[in-house]
Design a protein around this ligand. Structure first.
Ligand code: 13P
Length: 253
């Protein structure tokens, strides 16, 4: 009932020139297949969105963004509005990524406003949550994830479950080459599903997709995706290489 979702988060990588050769390779591989049972998307840097929009127009690949402000417009230097993203037919927006939280000081309240603004604008927010290594060592994983999830969703009392995505990205697994084991990830995904049930109801909680992110590779994606509550992956480093990302997106489901 939950359609698998494979998303590449390029972070601050790939110029427009590099993006061109990426998509030549990626689309050549991808368009040979019929992937109606899954959704594939890529979040390039803002500077490439306009260009990538034109490349992806006739393809099933979804355009995604790495952040968004909550207002339509205004004096917010350096920010991009949901309206601007909608104009480019962006569908998914990553919010509350651990790099935004830890390197740029975004807190739960700001992230909540972004999630609400993006959702209300008709885009699909991907709310990222996850504990640091210290929090895990201190046994605070569930507590941390619960706070981030509840605060992040606080503005959305009513929800269309197909129009929100949660991404569990343990900070210690991001860009480290050390992924959460399938059972470590499943334990938290199952916990998140329970929280969603508490916040909404069982029916809706069952329909919300929960992605895993953190050192996903073509080698480990199969076993992660076998877990019942892992509905897709949010891929950083391995999505920068078109062949690797294609391998990830094309696994047997
Ligand atoms: O942060 C991530 C995706 O948003 C994960 O990054 P890596 O796949 O490079 O660990």
């Amino acid at each position: 009932m939950r359609k698998a979702l494979f998303l590449g988060n390029w972070k601050m990588h790939h110029t427009i020139l590099e993006t061109k050769s990426y998509f030549e390779k990626f689309l050549r591989l991808l368009l040979k297949h019929n992937f109606s049972d899954r959704t594939v998307g890529i979040a390039p840097p803002f500077t490439s969105l306009f260009y990538v929009h034109s490349l992806l127009k006739e393809t099933p690949v979804k355009l995604c963004a790495q952040n968004a402000h909550f207002e339509e417009k205004g004096p917010f230097t350096g920010e991009i509005s949901p309206l601007m993203l909608k104009e480019l037919e962006v569908e998914y927006v990553i919010l509350g990524h651990s790099e935004r939280r830890h390197l740029f000081g975004e807190g739960d309240e700001l992230i909540q406003r972004r999630v609400e603004g993006v959702y209300r604008a008709g885009l699909v927010p991907i709310l990222c949550v996850g504990e640091t290594l210290n929090e895990r060592k201190e046994g605070k994983t569930f507590e941390r994830v619960e706070t981030q999830l509840k605060k992040g969703l606080a503005g959305l009392k009513e929800i269309n479950p197909e129009r929100i995505v949660i991404a569990y990205e343990p900070v210690w697994a991001i860009g480290t080459g050390v992924n959460a084991t399938p059972s470590q990830a499943e334990e938290v995904h199952n916990f998140i599903r329970g929280l969603l049930e508490e916040l909404y109801d069982e029916e809706r909680a069952k329909r919300i997709r929960i992605l895993y992110g953190g050192s996903v590779t073509p080698e480990n994606v199969n076993e992660l995706m076998r877990e019942p509550n892992i509905d897709g992956v949010l891929v950083g480093g391995a999505s920068l290489d078109p062949e690797k990302f294609f391998k990830i997106c094309s696994i047997n489901l």
